[in-house]
Design a binder for this molecule. Structure first.
Ligand code: MN
Length: 228
């Protein structure tokens, strides 16, 4: 038995289509400002701003289909995003080799305390309090690359209570999945179990308790989440 002084946290895992096996999560990387229309709606200039990286914590992932409205905020936004799940990693991975490290893809949400993120940005402070909180990463089911391909194009959309709010296409990403993996692996040694949230198209906005969010990416399993 272990000699830990407290119980160790259980590993966070994501379901996979067509199997009882699960994908264990090691780290959660996120890219921001990866769709030009979303950069513009956030008040930045996509011709001047580069995508940026931040992280959530693995235990921010929630696969329950509910999103508890978080504390200390009155403006929580939805961001529909495709996630990439890595089956292997490394440092200085080339763009050409990037897909060899990808196990699969899923539909997810990057839920954001926009008011706190905005205040942090304005003051030049870190974003974590707006981004990395419990339940902030509702997550769908992973589809293996071997079944769905490299997912370079396809509609990505989100509706609330049946009304479409976000709609874009994966091909609109400023940095493609291979470019994201190559870039991140220059700074961090990527590892099996790491996931990357690849950014959101325009149309982000607030959610309210009782809202039903439907996040979809063509070819992947749809994610339905109720705000409670
Ligand atoms: Mn995001």
């Amino acid at each position: 038995m272990s000699n830990f002084i407290i119980p160790a946290a259980k590993p966070v895992a994501i379901k996979i289509t067509g199997t009882d096996k699960q994908f264990p999560v090691r780290r959660v990387y996120c890219i921001g400002q990866n769709y030009a229309d979303h950069v513009s709606e956030m008040g930045s200039d996509p011709s001047k701003e580069s995508p940026i990286f931040f992280q959530k914590n693995p235990d921010n992932i929630d696969t329950s289909g509910t999103f508890p409205y978080p504390s200390e905020t009155s403006n929580v936004h939805h961001e529909v995003e495709m996630i990439v799940a890595l089956q292997s990693g490394g440092s200085n991975i080339s763009e050409q080799d990037a897909y060899k490290h990808v196990y699969g893809f899923a539909t997810a949400l990057d839920m954001t305390r926009r008011d706190l993120q905005g205040a942090a940005k304005k003051n030049g402070k870190p974003w974590e309090i707006g981004k990395a909180f419990e339940h902030s990463a509702p997550m769908g089911i992973i589809s293996p690359l071997s079944q769905v391909g490299t997912m370079q194009t396809g509609v990505i959309a989100l509706s609330i209570n049946g009304v479409e709010k976000q709609r874009g296409d994966l091909k609109m990403m400023i940095w493609s999945v291979p470019k994201i993996i190559a870039y991140l692996s220059r700074f961090n040694k990527l590892e099996a179990g790491d996931i990357i949230m690849t950014g959101t198209p325009a149309g982000v906005g607030p959610v309210q308790k009782g809202d039903k969010l439907v996040a979809s990416i063509a070819g992947l399993t749809t994610l339905e989440v109720v705000v409670v």
